[in-house]
Design a protein around this ligand. Structure first.
Ligand SMILES: C[S@@+](CC[C@H](N)C(=O)[O-])C[C@H]1O[C@@H](n2cnc3c(N)ncnc32)[C@H](O)[C@@H]1O
Ligand SMILES: Nc1nc2[nH]cc(C(=O)O)c2c(=O)[nH]1
Ligand code: SF4
Ligand SMILES: [Mg+2]
Length: 210
């Protein structure tokens, strides 16, 4: 296959730049503690300075992989599949999610929401970023809002984002990992004063698992 044909298949969401896939325990948010198969799709141009997977950003470093292959492999391991990245909504997620759905998987997404929603999801974790805000449509369908707190201003941003989500959306504040010692006390105080929020930790990092 030549490069043009490959690019067309990727643009159609029939192939995706796969960075890694692994069976682990969901570490964050509402489903933390639950076994799930993670599919990490390369490509992101949001550019969070504290991103913990910067190796994912350049899609060209990750081989275009047929969606059927991703699906077959994922459902061998788990009935719950978490699609993450990179920014998965960089790509058209229609084929991937319909393939997984056909095999009976529950499909979750981790997204910044910065690009148009594609695909059909059982659980949407929206983690908005100031530098590239979510599209309006995703606030209506997000199941959880997970705001990363690096400094005090992120709490103001968190409230602005909470004002935009639907009434059923569960609200989380998650410490930015490298700054956790500084921000955890701030988050704890904030959640006690504003109990509509819950704390989310990256528990997989404490457990030393992927
Ligand atoms: C690597 S991102 C990939 C999915 C998508 N691009 C996004 O940002 O939601 C997966 C999750 O990790 C969070 N995250 C990334 N770097 C982090 C860090 N240093 N500390 C805490 N959470 C982080 C993101 O906000 C997101 O919720
Ligand atoms: N165990 C585990 N849980 C996670 N929840 C969200 C993650 C992500 O990078 O999207 C992640 C991850 O990388 N590992
Ligand atoms: S949007 Fe997600 S993958 Fe992209 S830089 Fe930010 S945390 Fe990293
Ligand atoms: Mg992660």
């Amino acid at each position: 296959m030549n490069e043009k044909e490959l690019n067309e298949l990727v643009a159609a969401g029939k192939m995706l730049p796969l960075m890694e896939e692994f069976y682990t325990i969901q570490g964050e948010g509402f489903h933390k503690g639950t076994a799930a198969y993670f599919v990490r799709i390369g490509g992101c141009d949001v550019g969070c300075h504290w991103c913990d997977v910067k190796e994912s950003w350049n899609a060209k470093l990750h081989p275009p992989t047929p969606v059927d292959t991703i699906v077959e492999n994922a459902v061998k391991h788990s009935k719950t599949v978490v699609v993450t990245g990179g920014e998965p909504l960089t790509w058209d997620m229609t084929e991937l999610t319909s393939g997984l759905k056909e095999k009976g998987a529950k499909i979750h997404i981790e997204t910044s929401g910065a690009y148009p929603m594609t695909g059909t999801w059982d659980w949407i974790c929206l983690s908005p970023k100031k530098i590239k805000l979510p599209t309006e449509e995703i606030y209506k369908v997000a199941n959880e809002l997970k705001v990363i707190v690096f400094n005090k201003h992120d709490l103001i941003f968190a409230e602005e984002q909470a004002a935009k989500v639907n009434d059923n959306c569960i609200l989380y504040l998650q410490p930015e990992w490298s700054n956790r010692e500084k921000v955890i006390p701030m988050i704890v105080d904030y959640v006690m004063s504003n109990p509509k929020w819950k704390v989310s930790l990256q528990t997989h990092k404490y457990l030393n698992i992927p």
